[in-house]
Design a protein around this ligand. Structure first.
Ligand SMILES: [Zn+2]
Length: 75
């Protein structure tokens, strides 16, 4: 079956032992690339279209936690 639209297959850019062996890609579909990316962001993906990197929800949460801890340590 062929459907019109756009599909986004995301693989995390980070190396993380918490990644499952068959965890990726995560697939998002929509009418446009923009809509796909919006769905991925709602699910917690961090997408950087300039450097074309994608960070999965697990790594994004880890990075946010580290940033928060670094901030606490600096204060
Ligand atoms: Zn990841």
């Amino acid at each position: 079956m062929i459907v019109g639209g756009y599909s986004l297959h995301l693989y995390c850019s980070r190396t993380n032992p918490e990644h499952g062996f068959d965890e990726f890609p995560h697939q998002f579909t929509g009418e446009t690339g923009q809509k796909c990316r919006a769905k991925a962001r709602i699910c917690g993906w961090k997408l950087d279209m300039r450097s074309l990197t994608a960070v999965c929800p697990k790594c994004a949460r880890k990075a946010a936690k580290r940033a928060a801890q670094a901030k606490e340590g600096a204060e």
